[in-house]
Design a protein around this ligand. Structure first.
Ligand SMILES: [Cu+2]
Length: 470
């Protein structure tokens, strides 16, 4: 009982203030029961059954936290705790998160809602939750030491504020941040507008996810928390392709995708087949006069972007971070460039020492996706994902926007691969090929002919045709 009394003291709530009249005074005075989710599947949108109505978002490989209404206040209960997150089939990571998952559940509220969030700390160290982007009383901002004491291990704190402006936000610890965010502690927050808003369009599909990065050695399960730059798992909602669900929409749906970046580098997010505009940031809706068409938008560290477009081209459209290293999984680093290098002699020597040694990368690295290479347990291949035409040769921050004529409104199930109309797929041509006319420039403004080196350096390039002649 003492701890309960302490709790209310910290929370600043006198016992009587939460009295709910005849309606279960005791139940409402107790904390809302935490809801724990252990599946990494994309949960169907949570249609609000209390409070003001809104069109819910869909969290990729995630879910929305249910709430209860208590005297007009929306009450949520977050539990900070160690979790096991499946990053893709075949690999489970030991992370820290909220309510059974990393990232934690998405919190959805409506502009003007009074929100009360209980945070129970089941981590081995103290924490605090910062509500990124929100207007709130300073003491609710969640910065350990600056605006509140840290939440000790085993204790529950409560935050309370009015969600004053609509938009795209996130939450994350502001206590031992480097460790706690490297371990996966973060979550999405959406505040829906309370009425029609001139800068916030109604959409048929509203997706959200957070970008995060981990450094987990192949075969291991726990991230290295001191890593600054050399991450090997680039994730959306702590998932890597092919573990990231596709974004399934109906032809001509208006689609919004909300993205927040809690990694240590920027991510140019790229959609194929459509142009979009950035309609909002964590700072709020973008004025219409300041919007322009893009097919890639950079999401910098600590930023959020919401992009919108009409999905008016049928197909399976790639959607990914444009940094090519970010569409690879573990083992993608420290690989020397071997294209064009003849190492037949070298591999013979190494084979005397290591009989199974195999030279890779001589013709590029695409071969690696087709080899059934033995890899350590609890590791996903570096580039993988099987498409209808073979390996997609991607990992990490990659997914597919599936636009279908017959996708039902509100149906988020995966429709399978696109059936291309006859004659609309790139294909091999056969027949005689003319010799290419090779163009060799001489002179030019930047390097006049007389300044060319007298004897050009000779570069020997081993042509692919010679492969296997030895
Ligand atoms: Cu990236």
């Amino acid at each position: 009982m003492t701890s309960r009394r302490d709790f209310f003291k910290v929370a600043g709530i006198a016992g009587g203030a939460v009295a709910a009249g005849a309606v279960s005074r005791v139940a409402m005075a107790a904390l809302p029961e935490p809801v724990i989710q252990t599946s990494p599947n994309t949960m169907a949108p949570l249609i609000p059954d209390s409070g003001r109505p809104y069109n819910p978002v869909v969290t990729l490989n995630g879910w929305t936290l249910p709430w209860r209404m208590n005297q007009g206040v929306k009450e949520f209960h977050l539990v900070a705790e160690p979790v096991v997150r499946e990053m893709a089939p075949g690999m489970k990571a030991h992370l820290w998160g909220y309510n059974g998952q990393s990232p934690g559940p998405t919190i959805e509220v409506v502009e003007g809602d009074r929100v009360r969030i209980f945070v129970t700390n089941r981590l081995p160290e103290h924490t605090a939750v910062h509500w990124h982007g929100q207007r709130l009383p300073n003491g609710m901002d969640g910065v350990t030491g600056l605006t509140q004491p840290a939440i000790p291990s085993g204790k529950t704190f409560v935050y309370e504020f009015v969600a004053r402006r609509p938009g795209t936000f996130m939450y994350h610890p502001h206590a031992d941040e480097m460790v706690q965010m490297a371990m996966g502690m973060m979550g999405f927050w959406v505040t829906h507008p309370k009425a029609k808003h001139s800068l916030i369009d109604e959409v048929q599909r509203d997706f959200c996810f957070l970008l995060s990065a981990y450094d987990i050695e192949p075969g291991a399960a726990t991230p290295k928390v001191a890593e600054m730059t050399d991450f090997n798992l680039w994730t959306w909602n702590s998932r890597v392709f092919p573990g990231i669900d596709s974004l399934n929409v109906r032809l001509n749906d208006k689609v919004r995708i909300r993205i927040g970046n809690l990694t240590m580098t920027n991510h140019p997010m790229h959609v194929h087949g459509h142009e979009f505009t950035v309609t909002g940031t964590d700072g709020g809706p973008v004025p219409k006069s300041a919007r322009w068409p893009e097919v890639t938008t950079d999401v910098a560290v600590g930023q959020m972007r919401q992009i919108e477009f009409v999905a008016d081209e049928e197909g399976d459209w790639a959607f990914h971070c444009h940094k090519s290293h970010h569409t690879m999984n573990a083992m993608g680093h420290n690989v020397p460039t071997l294209i064009g290098v003849d190492h037949s002699g070298l591999s013979k020597k190494i084979n005397q020492l290591i009989p199974d040694y195999m030279v890779m990368g001589e013709r590029g690295m695409a071969d690696m996706t087709e080899m059934e290479m033995p890899i350590p347990d609890n590791t996903i291949p570096m580039m993988t994902g099987e498409g209808p035409f073979g390996s997609v040769e991607m990992g990490g921050m990659f997914s597919v926007l599936k636009v279908r004529r017959d996708q039902k409104p509100g149906d988020y199930t995966n429709p399978g691969w696109f059936k291309h109309p006859a004659g609309t797929v790139a294909h091999e041509v056969t027949g005689p090929m003319a010799e290419p006319a090779r163009f060799s420039a001489e002179g030019g403004q930047s390097m006049p002919r007389q300044r060319k080196p007298a004897t050009p350096t000779e570069v020997k390039v081993r042509k692919p045709a010679s492969h296997g002649e030895h």
